[in-house]
Ligand binder design. Structure first.
Ligand code: CA
Length: 228
């Protein structure tokens, strides 16, 4: 499985470097963007588990970028703020941030905060996972059972299915699925995901021809839809 990705959007390289180092030693993968434009690109390539967002960026105000991100993503956002007026605005405005950390901060403080927020997020999403009752995933044994019938899956089919089923209803882009299920995503293409989804669907259809629980979202990706 890929390491959880944290996106750092910060125009001061020294701050970004220290965060990058602290997060990497804590088992995260950190990606650094210097401005809003490259952050937008990074967000569409692969959704991070959390965004650390500087308020004062060279091309866009962090508050504006946060509101933009909220239009398409629920990813936790933590502001890195330099001045107390900024803190007041983060707290006072409904801009959809999850938390803020005032500069100067220690990288250790940031990783502790990141962990706390991710723990909180997992607790919220737990009931959703429990909704997928028609499918059972045995991660340790790499086995999956659909409507009581065991599926015969290849390694990649199994991994794709496990990622989708873990969060029913959540739409995963092809690159999300690629980085979650393949060891070396760089060598694969979007259509690799499509081909495996096609094979998976055929196997699910053999068990229940009336259902197609893997839903295609045009231009976005795939999600698992559990029976209501
Ligand atoms: Ca800045």
């Amino acid at each position: 499985m890929a390491k959880p990705l944290i996106l750092i959007v910060e125009d001061e390289p020294s701050i970004a470097d220290s965060l990058n180092y602290a997060l990497s030693t804590e088992g995260f993968e950190a990606r650094h963007c210097l401005d809003g434009a490259s952050a937008r690109t990074a967000l569409r390539e692969r959704e991070p588990v959390l965004v650390l967002l500087d308020v004062g960026l060279p091309d866009v105000n962090g508050f504006v970028l946060c509101q933009e991100i909220r239009k398409f993503s629920e990813v936790p956002i933590v502001f890195l703020t330099a001045r107390s007026e900024e803190v007041d605005r983060v707290v006072g405005l409904e801009i959809g941030a999850d938390d803020y950390i005032a500069k100067p901060f220690s990288p250790r403080e940031v990783t502790a905060r990141v962990r706390a927020i991710l723990r909180r997020g997992r607790m919220h999403s737990a009931p959703m996972t429990a909704g997928a009752t028609d499918i059972e995933i045995d991660e340790a044994g790499c086995r999956a059972t659909f409507c009581g019938n065991e599926l015969e899956l290849t390694r990649y089919e199994f991994r794709l299915l496990a990622v989708l089923v873990a969060k029913p209803g959540r739409v995963y882009s092809r690159s999300d699925l690629m980085s979650a299920a393949w060891e070396d995503p760089g060598s694969s293409m979007d259509r690799t995901v499509d081909a495996h989804v096609k094979l998976l669907r055929a196997k699910l259809r053999e068990i229940d021809p009336d259902r197609n629980p893997i839903k295609t979202h045009r231009g976005l990706g795939y999600s698992w839809e559990s029976r209501a």
